[in-house]
Design a protein around this ligand. Structure first.
Ligand code: ACM
Length: 541
């Protein structure tokens, strides 16, 4: 993959963008005094609460991985040391912290465990970006807090499957960018990826496909390779626990009523037409048996969706019953996007149901579907999130809307006093190309890092009152054209750096030229981490 470096206006800003201190996302305030302090294997890390152990562990793991040593734990004896401190004080925002580096000590202080963890992330960025370098650290005073409560990254593990070991890396990358939500897209047409003990065929059958198209949809052929995989419930617990130690909440997504081909391949009775064979879109070359229900081998949107029958609701409720205990998250994502209504239109059962329930069209039937599931999930103490199609036919009473088809869904939902997470395709779809002409196969679109950096999650159409419903934003990584982890990183970096600043830093401090200077150091850090990075492109269109 060709790398293009188009750094716009290399303006050096005083202070924060100085030679040594380049923090991404930019802190609320940072002052630097002259001189440095040094860190080595004799330096002690001290905590005033055992609750801060995950922060100390993260710091030590980082130091060991990149500089080959760990800090000593215990009590400092007057010598230079690092102190992590949980302290109830006047810092008001969840995640707020202060960081002080002087000749006597490094003090990271917050009134929450998350805050101390974010202070550690900033501290890590004071370290040199070269492996095993001498650890001279600038003396700084930082006071910082996040702008948004929801700072998310999504990953689709259905179109392509990635192992638990890689998910942990991905979660570390989120942590290093002060992000706090991992949206795990677990079910789709091309694979069901979470073990459900009551329905073993979901993963035995639904977890695998007989082949995958080659090239862009509808494909130039089929690779005829049996492909798939799934996470056991033990795997899921491991990922969730790993994320929790990094103060990252994992939000599961179980898609309904569309994107259901894999579930239907496992249990055809969930379809309106169980006896009909799975249709491949025109132009797609199919691998293996063409009769009966199958996991999809190509990308897009498929008409064989869940039938709104009592059987389906009982099935989905059983799935919810097994998924909820695995995820402490208060949110449960039900999908809700891209559900074609063709099968519901030609199903006598659906038409009769609509009459009985007084539903005037199939959009209202989708609304009925989501409302029913919301009620069930709410009873279990969880709030649903759905893609913005859940607005069509009437929004479920307590639902959070994830706005992806532009900002309109988010604006509408906020006006209806529903909480909103912004993920518009125009600015934060990291499956899009980031360079023109495209230098590798992507889904298309063009979203340069500068465009990501320019994104403002609070639409100007919202009043100050309604703007409060915007919880934050998230970048989505759909993996149709992302078959391996190198490609994940190429798509994610360096755009995640830009997004982290959109989500964390004060709106007023957003400045592309200033970011660009700090990005140079951030790119060195990415190199230190061994990640494959995409190009820095300043064009917006
Ligand atoms: C989506 O991109 N279909 C939510």
């Amino acid at each position: 993959m060709k790398k293009v470096l188009l750094l716009a206006g290399m303006l050096a800003f005083a202070g924060i963008a100085g030679a040594q201190v380049n923090i991404v996302p930019r802190p609320v305030s940072l002052t630097e005094t002259s001189g440095t302090v040094s860190l080595n294997s004799n330096t002690v890390v001290q905590m005033n609460s055992e609750k801060l152990q995950p922060s100390a562990d993260f710091l030590n793991d980082y130091l060991e991985q990149y500089y080959g040593f760990m800090l000593k734990k215990g009590r400092a004896t007057g010598k230079f040391h690092i102190q992590l401190s949980l302290k109830v004080d006047k810092l008001p925002t969840k995640g707020a912290y202060s960081l002080d580096v002087n000749d006597a000590r490094v003090l990271i202080q917050a009134n929450s465990v998350e805050g101390v963890f974010y202070g550690v992330q900033t501290f890590i960025q004071l370290l040199p970006a070269e492996k095993n370098a001498a650890l001279k650290i600038a003396k700084v005073h930082v006071k910082d807090e996040p702008r948004f409560a929801y700072r998310g990254m999504h990953l689709d593990v259905c179109r392509h499957f990635f192992p638990v070991s890689y998910l942990k890396k991905y979660i570390d990358y989120l942590a290093l960018h002060k992000m706090n939500y991992f949206h795990w897209h677990l079910t789709d047409d091309q694979g069901w990826r979470i073990e459900i003990k009551k329905y073993p065929k979901l993963t035995e059958v639904g977890g695998y496909r007989n082949g995958t198209i080659i090239g862009h949809f509808p494909g130039t052929g089929n690779n005829n390779k049996h492909y798939g995989g799934y996470y056991t419930q033990e795997d899921v617990k491991e990922v969730v626990a790993y994320a929790a130690k990094r103060y990252i909440t994992v939000v599961p997504e179980i898609e309904m009523p569309g994107h259901a081909s894999a579930a239907i391949a496992a249990y055809p009775e969930l379809s309106c037409f169980p006896e009909e064979s799975t249709q491949a879109p025109k132009g797609t070359v199919w691998a293996g048996d063409t009769t009966g229900k199958h996991v999809q081998q190509t990308w897009g949107v498929f008409p064989d969706v869940f039938a709104p029958t009592e059987k389906t609701f009982a099935f989905l409720q059983d799935v919810v019953d097994e998924v909820i205990p695995l995820f402490p998250s208060k949110y449960f994502h039900v999908g809700g996007d891209e559900c074609p209504k063709d099968n519901w239109k030609r199903s006598a059962f659906c038409q009769q149901l609509m009459k009985e329930k007084g539903l005037k069209d199939e959009h209202e039937l989708q609304s009925y579907f989501i409302n029913r599931m919301e009620k069930y999930i709410n009873k279990k103490g969880k709030t649903i999130i759905g893609w913005d199609e859940i607005l069509e036919g009437g929004l479920a009473p307590n639902a959070i809307v994830m706005s992806w088809r532009g900002e309109e869904g988010g604006i509408e939902a906020a006006k209806q006093k529903h909480q909103v997470i912004m993920t518009p395709g125009s600015h934060v779809y990291f499956d899009h190309s980031q360079v023109k002409p495209d230098d590798s196969l992507t889904i298309g679109g063009f979203t340069s890092i500068r465009k990501v950096y320019s994104y403002e999650p609070v639409p100007k159409e919202l009043s100050a009152e309604n703007a409060k419903y915007v919880l934050g934003a998230q970048a989505n990584l759909w993996t149709e054209y992302i078959p391996n982890t190198n490609k994940i990183e190429y798509q994610v970096f360096p755009r995640m750096g830009a997004l982290s600043e959109v989500l964390w830093s004060p709106k007023a401090s957003r400045n592309w030229d200033d970011f660009n200077v700090r990005l140079e150091k951030q790119l060195q850090r990415y190199k230190l981490w061994g990640v494959q990075t995409g190009p820095v492109v300043a064009e917006m269109k």
